[in-house]
Design a protein around this ligand. Structure first.
Ligand SMILES: Cc1cc2nc3c(=O)[nH]c(=O)nc-3n(C[C@H](O)[C@H](O)[C@H](O)COP(=O)(O)OP(=O)(O)OC[C@H]3O[C@@H](n4cnc5c(N)ncnc54)[C@H](O)[C@@H]3O)c2cc1C
Length: 437
């Protein structure tokens, strides 16, 4: 690593509640990486401490962002780890292709999407990101090797494996055919929990996601808007795409106070007419609705925020309802709350997805929210579900290890790949994921 330039700097995950300070290097070319000795991260769009290493140095891979090859006949694309999902969503549709799976932010990099085995609004159809990866080039110590799904244990420990088997340098990905560059979106009001779950359950749309008013209580508990979407031919004229905005400073602590959030959610729910509506939207707006407001995480102020995301099996929607009720009556929820049906698809030992329903809600970083999230984690475990490590910043090691049935297989493979634990991050240490069991 002698060619690397290091700068000691404070940095954080997207939630900004957990922070690290240490030497960071941002290599421009893979030739600068002659040995893998430090944990790597992408754009730190994980909320908690997965991309942090306060015990030493870390590699920011975001400048390794070259497309290496793109076969426009087969839709197989090879790219460096720092290429973002939004870059692919911008350039591939022109050639009739799109990443099969895209998370809710286009700032996620290919390395981060693999290491978290991310899911999108089509998980029920297309499974997770890692299921569409054909090969990964890893730097392990001074060795570079390309692995495929045939490298069974190492593959499954790498995809969704939190970057613990080596630095992901590049990957070969199978894209999906894509007919156009806009989305036909149908929005339907769900007036309560039962209707919301029923709409998600019955949907046969390619993309489907529910926004849930996490402040609604009583008869309105679980109300929200279900969005179902298909890719549509053609593209909307650029004039319809508003320009980017940025949040210029940390918002004061009352910016997301309970009455403001309640009022906002009320308006947001009623923006869709009672009978629903169908409209065309630019693709990037549909997939990455928050990306146009840069640094929106500053809305939560200096103390930052936490996201709770869990998934529970299909027969545990009552448990999820109990969580929604605890959230709604806490006065702590933010407008960012999502409910979605998931399919079975997952690619690695520590991949988050499982068949069932997933709920994600943001909370300002306050002692009451920390307590509430501990309770939500407990309810998730009792329901036979799991929490998402891309979002977690508060979970306990024993709970998380119990939630992931293939945890021991991941740990064994990771210890073989990185025996000196040089790739361990703050998340790994906080949850004791690589400690002897
Ligand atoms: C607004 C928003 C919406 C989101 N929506 C979704 C969603 O719908 N579905 C979903 O699944 N996730 C979602 N996420 C989470 C996000 O997709 C993941 O956290 C993703 O991993 C972020 O990518 P990143 O490149 O920023 O990775 P980072 O956060 O920087 O890193 C994530 C993990 O990957 C490892 N890693 C990153 N790059 C490399 C590399 N080159 N080599 C080895 N290890 C590496 C890191 O060590 C870390 O463990 C969302 C996040 C935000 C902020």
């Amino acid at each position: 690593m002698t060619d690397l330039r290091w700068k000691t700097t404070p940095y954080a995950g997207w939630g900004r509640a957990l922070k690290a300070t240490g030497p960071l290097a941002r290599p421009d070319t893979r030739n600068e990486l002659t040995e893998a000795a430090f944990p790597a991260h992408g754009n730190r769009r994980s909320y908690g401490d997965a991309p942090l290493n306060s015990a030493g140095a870390a590699l920011d891979m975001s400048r390794l962002d070259r497309i290496i090859a793109f076969d426009t006949k087969t839709g197989v694309l090879e790219a460096e780890a720092g290429v973002t999902i939004s870059t692919l969503a911008r350039i591939c549709p022109v050639k009739g292709w799109l990443p099969a799976v895209m998370p809710g932010t286009g700032f996620a990099t290919i390395g981060g999407a693999i290491a978290m085995d991310v899911h999108g609004k089509n998980h029920h159809n297309k499974g997770s990101f890692g299921q569409h990866v054909k090969a990964i080039t890893l730097l392990q110590g001074s060795e570079t090797r390309t692995i495929t799904p045939k490298d069974k244990t190492l593959w499954q420990a790498t995809v969704g494996g939190l970057g613990q088997t080596g630095i992901i340098l590049s990957a070969r990905i199978q894209l999906s055919p894509c007919a156009g560059r806009q989305m036909r979106v149908t929005e339907t009001r769900a007036s309560d929990w039962a209707e919301h779950i029923a709409l998600l359950d019955a949907s046969d749309a390619t993309y489907c996601v529910g926004w849930i008013d996490a402040t609604a209580t009583g008869d309105a508990l679980g109300r929200g808007i279900v969005e179902e979407a298909e890719i549509a031919a053609g593209s909307l004229p650029p004039a319809q795409t508003p320009t980017s905005r940025a949040v210029p400073f940390n918002a004061p602590h009352f910016a997301l106070a309970a009455p403001i959030v309640r009022a906002f959610n009320q308006l947001y729910y009623h923006r869709v007419p009672e009978e629903g509506r169908t409209l065309l939207r630019p693709m990037q707006d549909f997939f990455f609705p928050l990306d146009r407001i840069h640094d929106w995480n500053r809305l939560y102020g200096r103390r930052g925020f936490h996201q709770f995301q869990c998934v529970v099996p299909p027969d545990q929607t009552d448990a999820l309802r109990a969580m929604a009720e605890a959230i709604a009556t806490s006065g702590l929820a933010s407008p960012l709350a999502v409910l979605k049906k998931m399919g079975k698809g997952r690619a690695g030992y520590l991949s988050f997805p499982m068949e069932g329903f997933t709920l994600a809600v943001d909370f300002p970083n306050r002692p009451a929210a920390v307590q509430l999230i501990a309770e939500l984690d407990r309810l998730t475990e009792a329901a036979g579900g799991r929490i998402y490590l891309a979002k977690d910043s508060l979970g306990s090691g024993s709970t998380v290890r119990a939630m992931y049935p293939d945890y021991a297989a991941w740990r064994d493979a990771v210890e073989k790949a990185d025996p000196d634990q040089r790739l361990a991050t703050d998340l790994i240490r906080r949850l004791g994921l690589r400690s002897p069991s």
